[in-house]
Design a protein around this ligand. Structure first.
Ligand code: PGA
Length: 263
């Protein structure tokens, strides 16, 4: 794992945008880049920065495909808080990606297991995800893999913890409106992406980040599964790094990053 501690949210977003940009430019020469997109508030600044680079620097997503991490079950796709709507408004509207090249679990599917299997197949048929952006929940979830999630799980339905529903309430008119169920890429599905980029901002994430990066690999902290992945970049601000025992070493390693080693 490479753990990068930046001064503030803007610097976290800029580095994550650098990683996505490099993937998009490299993927253009191959079959087209395949991006894994996260929702929640943390990655929004990455999408805004990529939108700026599209507008001002000509960064093109015309050949990109994208897959969402998760979706609420039972929320109409047209609802402004469905993750398809969020990605359409917060990412696709800012760049030139083909909206039909963005896939996500269908939260309105009648047969949820069949839709989950379709989704894993679709990712595999696209050749797998090149760069997967991840947020982290205060309970250690990635995607919506709540504590207790199998470390090798596939896309499936999950029941949100009360803590996650409380954390998500700010996006809805009232806390009761937050759905109880979601469909999420499993931890095994996420682990098949070639590069995982986990982002965290603020003191509220410090415990979860410490557990994910320095704690035992455990279903109790699903994000800890990133320790088993060969290519992970954790990009966090100072506040989210507050619980890390080896923070000074991570800063030192970043400052002495070999010049030939890119992101
Ligand atoms: P947040 O959510 O980015 O809104 O903090 C992250 C998550 O729950 O995965």
């Amino acid at each position: 794992m490479e753990i990068v501690i930046r001064d503030d949210a803007a610097a976290v977003h800029a580095l994550a945008a650098d990683i996505v940009e490099r993937c998009v430019v490299a993927g253009d020469h191959l079959g087209g880049p395949v991006l894994g997109l996260a929702t929640g508030s943390t990655p929004l600044g990455v999408y805004r920065e990529l939108g700026r680079r599209h507008r001002e620097e000509g960064l093109s997503f015309a050949r990109a495909r994208a897959f969402l991490l998760d979706e609420y079950v039972g929320l109409p796709t047209a609802h402004p808080q469905s993750y398809r709507s969020v990605i359409r408004d917060e990412f696709a509207a800012l760049v030139d990606i083909d909206p039909t090249a963005i896939d996500g679990p269908d939260g309105e599917a009648e047969d949820v297991p069949a839709e989950s299997a379709r989704y894993d197949r679709a990712i595999a048929e696209a050749g797998g995800i090149d760069v997967q952006l991840l947020g982290i929940g205060t309970d250690g979830h990635i995607g919506f893999n709540e504590p207790g999630s199998s470390l090798v799980s596939r896309t499936r339905v999950k029941t949100l913890t009360e803590q996650t529903r409380r954390d998500s309430a700010r996006f809805f008119d009232s806390a009761e409106d937050v759905p109880h169920h979601v469909m999420t890429q499993g931890l095994g599905t996420i682990g098949e992406a070639r590069h995982l980029v986990l982002l965290a901002l603020g003191a509220g994430k410090a415990d979860a980040v410490a557990a994910a990066v320095e704690g035992p690999v455990s279903a109790f902290c699903p994000a800890s599964v990133i320790q088993l992945h060969p290519r992970v970049t954790v990009v966090i601000d100072e506040a989210a790094a507050a619980g890390l025992q080896l923070a000074d070493y991570y800063r030192y390693a970043a400052a002495h990053k070999p010049s030939w080693q890119g992101w």
